[in-house]
Write a protein that binds this ligand. Structure first.
Ligand code: HEC
Ligand code: HEC
Ligand code: HEC
Ligand code: HEC
Ligand code: HEC
Ligand code: HEC
Ligand code: HEC
Ligand code: HEC
Ligand code: HEC
Ligand code: HEC
Ligand code: HEC
Length: 548
């Protein structure tokens, strides 16, 4: 029965031919039988099929993470057979049908250290020996239902085992795999990740330019599309046990490619800038099952991007770009959502109701560091991120912007290198896209307030020929060197703190410079381009000063 010709043919030229005729480095000195290392013609072990090896009896560390739905126990079924060589505890030549172990060349006894020795720590290997049934597929949500699994992938008594992916007699696809790894065909027999069909991680034909680390150090393929899941994952000897990723430090799973060596833009260079999201600082803090609202402050690439889903579409959903496809967020009402529709919903995970936020950099009359409250459309004023703004008279706007426009957080917070999108890093404080001076006195120029002048015409701000234009803007900004930041809050003023009478037009004074006078500290809105100020600033009293 064990002489099935088909097996003897395919095994002969593979590393599983451990006889003296074997092609590999690990083989017997004189034993000529091939099947004997694993099978015996006599019923020697209770295990089938005619197993010729003892059980290792090892106690294994099992793969288990916060996202695993499977309940994997100790290895069982045919996996025990594989592990009787591949956990490195039993001599390769130690077979039941021989009184003495078969001798191996080079004095090899157990599996030498290296990738083929999985050790008894299986926590960095793809999970095995668990029941893969419909309810597992349902609770995971991104697995093929087992009733739809197709050959060559197979389960053993409903269970996932080494042999679900490997066929120990046949090395046609390399690594004794049951199917090709090219384009992750093997993985896709079982896994169906949402968004996968559109992502560049599945589609891109980009190759590595040879600099830095080889992103494909453990695979035989040379394009992003061919490596697919294995661009970031490896089924064995994973750098990070959790989720079987190549590296432990979360961002390293991305940066071998997003450094200009594979992907087009050098995102890594952004994270070397002085103002940045510090993805390097929080190793092993992020967990994919954490709340959408971040409770332990941290940030990783995968907090902002879903690597299975991200794509190049510029209008993936109404407001969020394809780079942000499939990420979680917190909506304008403060509720968790599993897929953002708007970019700001991503930012609200960490910059709204989450704990441990630093205070705002500018001491203002009305202090607020919950960004969600600052951009609420019910506010007396706000930059139009969630919805169009309150003011129907903003003559400085540069076309095509108008009073009905909305803008993104990343229109202001992004790289100073305008060829790369995203608030990764910038040479300007607060990860601003353009320069924005906030000193005590600043000499006005296009460059000083370029952030604002990209959307608000400089000429219309400082040269407008009316009472407001001359006596408020020009006088302060140009003649007195007063920066925008001393009068304006760039985000908005929460309706729970500010009022329609005092906090329109993003007026929220910087109280380090603008102080109370006998009449108080107050801006009063007196209608369209009309208002009064009560304050003391740079030694001058306004008690009040008005414009009309
Ligand atoms: C490196 C170990 C190993 C070697 C060498 C090996 N086998 Fe196997 N064989 C296995 C394992 C493990 C199974 C159980 C696999 C399974 O259930 O899919 C198995 C199962 C079988 C089966 C049963 C297949 C089935 O579908 O139930 C046959 C027949 C077989 N082997 C024949 C051979 C023959 C013939 C040789 C020698 C030419 C050989 N094997 C060499 C490991 C080996
Ligand atoms: C009798 C011992 C033995 C058993 C049992 C055994 N293997 Fe191996 N296997 C080896 C040896 C020896 C090598 C060669 C290792 C090397 O060259 O580093 C190997 C290599 C491999 C490789 C790597 C192939 C390559 O091209 O590098 C895979 C994959 C593999 N085995 C899977 C399995 C699986 C799955 C099972 C169980 C179904 C199994 N083995 C059972 C001894 C065994
Ligand atoms: C989910 C599919 C899957 C399962 C389950 C699986 N393997 Fe693998 N295995 C692979 C793939 C894919 C590779 C090639 C990975 C590579 O070279 O980076 C591989 C490679 C190997 C290697 C070569 C060493 C290496 O790291 O490349 C060995 C040995 C091996 N597997 C043994 C086993 C054993 C033993 C089991 C059960 C305990 C098992 N595999 C379960 C998919 C699987
Ligand atoms: C034969 C089916 C099958 C194949 C083939 C397969 N997997 Fe899996 N994989 C599963 C099942 C089932 C689970 C358990 C899912 C769970 O617990 O939610 C799993 C779990 C995982 C996990 C761990 C998930 C977690 O939540 O921690 C990763 C990562 C993974 N697979 C990646 C891969 C990769 C990469 C490949 C291809 C090299 C692959 N799988 C091939 C069936 C398979
Ligand atoms: C560009 C990198 C990348 C690619 C490509 C990739 N993954 Fe992942 N995957 C990750 C990272 C990183 C995580 C962990 C996410 C986290 O910590 O939030 C993960 C998590 C997972 C998980 C466990 C959590 C979950 O979402 O269920 C599974 C299973 C998984 N990936 C399977 C796959 C499969 C299958 C493929 C190919 C179809 C694939 N991945 C392609 C990077 C990638
Ligand atoms: C093996 C290389 C490789 C790895 C590893 C990799 N990526 Fe990518 N990624 C690419 C390529 C290639 C593109 C297509 C866009 C391009 O060429 O610049 C891309 C596209 C993206 C995009 C969409 C941007 C766009 O314009 O299409 C995002 C977002 C992204 N990757 C994030 C990640 C994250 C997060 C990780 C780590 C979890 C990661 N990538 C790991 C190669 C990689
Ligand atoms: C990406 C474009 C963009 C940038 C950059 C920008 N703004 Fe605006 N701003 C707008 C739009 C659009 C409106 C109109 C909102 C409305 O109609 O209420 C606006 C309105 C305003 C208003 C009037 C708000 C009101 O309710 O009356 C002020 C004040 C203002 N911006 C100041 C600034 C300052 C200061 C900067 C620099 C820190 C700046 N803006 C940067 C787009 C921008
Ligand atoms: C019109 C430009 C603009 C827009 C739009 C904008 N910001 Fe800001 N943001 C700034 C400026 C300017 C500062 C620096 C403020 C200062 O120095 O007082 C800042 C500061 C910050 C800070 C640090 C201090 C603080 O207030 O907590 C965070 C965090 C922040 N922004 C997040 C966001 C998020 C999230 C969004 C979108 C929901 C957003 N910003 C939209 C211009 C903007
Ligand atoms: C704080 C959230 C955040 C973090 C952290 C983050 N990104 Fe981004 N990323 C974004 C946003 C937002 C965009 C721009 C989306 C848009 O407007 O198109 C973006 C854009 C990108 C793009 C497309 C860039 C281009 O213009 O070609 C890539 C690639 C990318 N990110 C990869 C990464 C990688 C890799 C990491 C980690 C090293 C990372 N991101 C960390 C939010 C983030
Ligand atoms: C997962 C959490 C997380 C998300 C999501 C996130 N951030 Fe941040 N952000 C942080 C942390 C943490 C810091 C503090 C710097 C650091 O440690 O990386 C920060 C810092 C910043 C700063 C600099 C603040 C300062 O005081 O200078 C800005 C601006 C900012 N983020 C904007 C954004 C924008 C815009 C988005 C959405 C596209 C966003 N962030 C999404 C966690 C996050
Ligand atoms: C001394 C305080 C002060 C300073 C400094 C200041 N503003 Fe204003 N700004 C105001 C007041 C008050 C209004 C409201 C006018 C009204 O009644 O509609 C206003 C209105 C605006 C508007 C809406 C009207 C329009 O012209 O479109 C914009 C935009 C604006 N400011 C931008 C800026 C920018 C950019 C700077 C810095 C270069 C700046 N402001 C500096 C007080 C100031």
């Amino acid at each position: 029965m064990l002489s099935m010709a088909i097996y003897s043919q395919s095994i002969v030229n593979s590393k599983h031919n451990l006889s003296v005729s074997g092609p590999g480095d690990i083989k017997a000195t004189s034993e000529s039988e091939i099947c004997i290392f694993c099978h015996t013609p006599h019923q020697s072990s209770p295990r089938k099929p005619l197993w010729n090896r003892q059980d290792p009896g090892s106690v294994y560390e099992i793969y288990n993470t916060s996202t695993t739905d499977a309940s994997a126990g100790q290895p069982d079924g045919s996996s025990v057979l594989c592990l009787s060589c591949h956990d490195g505890t039993i001599a390769l030549g130690d077979v039941l049908s021989r009184a003495q172990p078969i001798e191996f060349s080079g004095g090899i006894s157990v599996m030498p250290p290296g990738t083929s020795n999985l050790t008894t720590n299986l926590s960095d290997d793809h999970p095995i020996s668990f029941i893969y049934n419909s309810s597992l597929a349902a609770s995971d949500g991104e697995l093929v239902d087992p009733s739809a699994l197709s050959a060559p992938v197979k389960l053993e008594n409903q269970k996932m085992q080494c042999t679900s992916c490997h066929e120990p007699h046949d090395d046609t696809f390399g690594m004794f795999l049951v199917a090709t790894r090219s384009n992750s065909e093997l993985c896709l027999f079982c896994h169906q990740k949402n968004g996968w069909s559109l992502t560049q991680h599945n589609l891109s034909n980009a190759t590595w330019n040879g600099s830095g680390n080889d992103p494909w150090f453990h695979t035989p393929y040379t394009t992003v599309a061919e490596n697919a899941c294995e661009n970031c994952h490896t089924p064995h000897n994973a750098g990070q046990d959790s989720r079987l990723t190549n590296y432990q430090a979360e961002e390293n799973n991305c940066l071998d490619c997003h450094n200009g060596n594979v992907a087009a833009s050098d995102v890594q260079a952004e994270f070397a800038k002085i103002y940045r999201h510090r993805v390097y600082s929080y190793t092993l803090v992020h967990d994919p099952v954490e709340d959408a609202l971040v409770q332990t402050r941290h940030v990783e690439c995968v907090d902002c991007h879903n690597p299975h889903y991200s794509n190049s579409s510029s209008s993936f959903s109404p407001q969020a770009s394809g780079a942000l496809a499939g990420v979680r967020g917190v909506n304008s009402a403060g509720n968790s959502i599993s897929i953002v529709q708007n970019e700001y919903e991503l930012c609200y995970r960490c910059h709204a109701d989450s704990p441990d936020k630093p205070g705002s950099p500018t001491t203002r009359q009305i202090a607020q560091n919950n960004v969600r409250l600052e951009f609420d459309p019910a506010n007396p004023s706000f930059h139009p991120v969630e919805s169009a703004g309150r003011n129907s008279n903003v003559p400085s706007l540069i076309s095509p912007l108008s009073e009905s426009s909305t803008i993104y957080c990343s229109d202001c917070h992004a790289s100073d290198n305008t060829n790369i999108s995203g608030p990764h890093g910038s040479v300007y404080p607060h990860i601003l896209k353009f320069n924005y001076e906030t000193g005590t006195r600043v000499s006005e120029s296009f460059q000083s307030y370029r952030l604002c002048y990209e959307c608000h015409d400089r000429n219309a701000i400082i040269n407008r020929n009316d009472d407001f234009g001359q006596n408020v803007h020009r006088k302060h900004i140009v003649e007195e060197d007063i920066p925008c930041n001393q009068c304006h809050d760039p985000h908005g003023i929460s309706s729970s703190q500010g009022t329609e009478a005092n906090n329109t037009h993003l007026i929220n004074f910087n109280t380090q410079i603008v102080q109370s006078t006998s009449g108080g500290l107050e801006f009063v809105d007196d209608g369209i381009f009309a208002g009064r100020c009560y304050l003391r600033c740079h030694g001058k009293n306004h008690n009040p000063e008005s414009y009309n």
